[in-house]
Design a protein. Structure first.
Ligand SMILES: [Cu+2]
Length: 509
């Protein structure tokens, strides 16, 4: 395996060494022989404003075409794709997705592709907005430490994907080499209050979702189209918590949504919203109104617009739901503002309907308590280790919380009055660790009293979470929003899981 890699590197090195020398030679030739004829429609020039997702450059106020100079740098970089999970991303502009480029129909785009000297691979760019062979790919093949330049006229307005097209193309795209370029129609797009950039892409790693450490690319999984991650903007949690998209009640939001693939088609949906307008496949005609879910092909895009009338958290998903809840394709839009009861009342009636799922066994609970006490005593002897482990668990647990629990218990653990109990300052949570582990493993229903208030709802079992995930998320909630408690260990969770009645645990696995 290692030896093969070395061999591959050598071949690649040789390949770009030759490619680079041809390029240098080609450049002097190109400069000598190819002269772009004067274009009377182009007035002046400007440097393109590039932004990283989720941000979008401002619309142009120009009434004429100009020469827009783009400098896009390719950087190969190791980054977190999820908490504790690293991946070597190949990027346009240092991030996944690549920088957003915005030009106007009729502009002359002078495109400069720079490949950072620390890169190991040559790269190029195929912009779907280009009319010309390879969308620019053939003119932009660039060895590490080199720059290529070519120019194109943005003839067709629309929202276009760009991506690397260097062989093996699938690998370059799978490593994150894609982004969006908007060629705005001459008349511009209708005015909105907020514009954001969201791009989906899937990742194929040797480890399963969440497996810690630096994860190598898995060619076999890529061929079989079995990704371990399906992500918005290149990382699990890139659009949740304090990184969520923001808007205010009454505003109009426009999302420029792309799909880098390399394989999957996205069923893009915002939970709790209806797209007032969709520009299907990134074209410039508002092609459909009142859409729930829009398909975005691999290597394609869509523009969606909607007004936000009701405050709250709206969740962006790929509605192929296991991708959302098990592979990372979740983002959030947080809308602030006054309640709007005319449009949405919140829950009005909460009557018991579901049969109750009993709480966990009691004899088993006692035995666990004894073992637990012994373990805790042993652990407390080494405080530094205990403290550090806890910090790490809290950080990891936050990720689990923001993916699994926040939908009900809300982002700040505040719950929903008379429906979902709070986790912040919850005596129910803090007084009995084992009970809270069982709550997650088995679910919880029937009347409970949390900090003096009675709740009678149903929490579904969440035993698809691993022992580590449950331990971490409980450690996080037991140490957030005013809570201050001991860490919960994966061993504790494992033990309790193994002692639960089998009928409950297995039916959800
Ligand atoms: Cu590339």
């Amino acid at each position: 395996m290692k030896r093969n890699l070395v061999k591959l590197r050598l071949i690649v090195l040789l390949w770009w060494a030759t490619a680079a020398s041809t390029l240098v030679a080609a450049e002097s030739q190109t400069l000598a022989t190819k002269q772009r004829p004067e274009d009377p429609t182009i007035k002046g020039e400007e440097k393109a404003v590039l932004t990283q997702a989720p941000f979008v450059p401002p619309p142009s106020t120009r009434q004429h075409a100009t020469k827009v100079i783009v400098h896009l740098e390719v950087i190969e970089t190791t980054r977190q794709s999820a908490d504790g999970v690293e991946y070597v991303f190949w990027t346009f502009g240092g991030e996944v997705p690549g920088s957003f480029i915005r030009v106007r129909e009729g502009d002359l785009v002078e495109f400069n592709l720079l490949n950072h000297p620390t890169s190991k691979m040559p790269h190029n760019i195929d912009l779907h907005a280009v009319t010309g062979p390879g969308g620019g790919a053939t003119s932009s093949f660039t060895a590490p430490g080199h720059r290529s330049q070519f120019s194109f006229k943005a003839l067709n307005p629309g929202l276009y994907v760009y991506h690397c097209a260097t062989a093996p193309v699938g690998l370059h795209v799978a490593n994150g080499m894609y982004g969006l370029i908007l060629v705005e129609p001459k008349a511009g797009l209708p005015r909105v209050d907020r514009e954001y950039y969201v791009m989906q892409g899937e990742f194929y790693t040797e480890g399963r979702y969440g497996e810690q450490g630096l994860q190598p690319f898995d060619q076999r999984k890529a061929e079989d189209e079995r990704p371990s991650y399906v992500l918005f903007n290149g990382a699990v949690g890139s659009l949740v918590g304090d990184k969520a998209l923001k808007a205010k009640v009454g505003e109009k939001v426009r999302l420029f949504v792309g799909n880098g693939g390399p394989n999957l088609v996205s069923s893009f949906h915002v939970i709790g919203e209806i797209f007032d307008t969709v520009y299907q496949e990134g074209g410039v005609l508002p092609s459909q109104k009142q859409v729930q879910t829009t398909l975005i092909p691999a290597g394609g895009s869509a523009i969606v617009e909607f007004g936000v009338e009701v405050p709250g958290t709206y969740v962006l998903v790929d509605h192929s739901l296991f991708r959302a809840f098990n592979k990372g394709a979740v983002g959030m839009l947080k809308v602030e503002g006054p309640e709007n009861l005319m449009v949405y009342t919140g829950k009005e009636v909460d009557a018991v309907y579901l049969g109750s799922l009993a709480e966990g066994g009691s004899a088993a609970g006692r035995k666990v308590a004894e073992l637990e006490a012994a373990r805790k005593a042993a652990m407390q002897k080494n405080e530094t280790i205990a403290g550090l482990t806890k910090e790490i668990q809290i950080a990891r647990g936050k990720q689990v919380y923001l993916q699994t629990c926040f939908v009900c218990h809300q982002t700040e653990g505040q719950g929903i009055p008379s429906q979902i109990p709070p986790l912040g300052k919850s005596d129910y949570l803090m007084s009995d660790t084992h009970r809270s582990i069982r709550a997650v493993l088995q679910g919880l229903s029937g009347e409970i009293v949390v900090s003096g208030k009675t709740y009678n709802g149903t929490m579904v079992p969440l035993n698809n979470l691993s022992d580590h995930e449950i331990a971490n998320v409980l450690t996080f909630v037991r140490n957030s929003w005013g809570n201050n408690g001991e860490a919960v260990s994966a061993e504790e969770v494992k033990r309790i899981r193994s002692e639960l009645p089998k009928t409950v645990t297995t039916s959800f696995e």
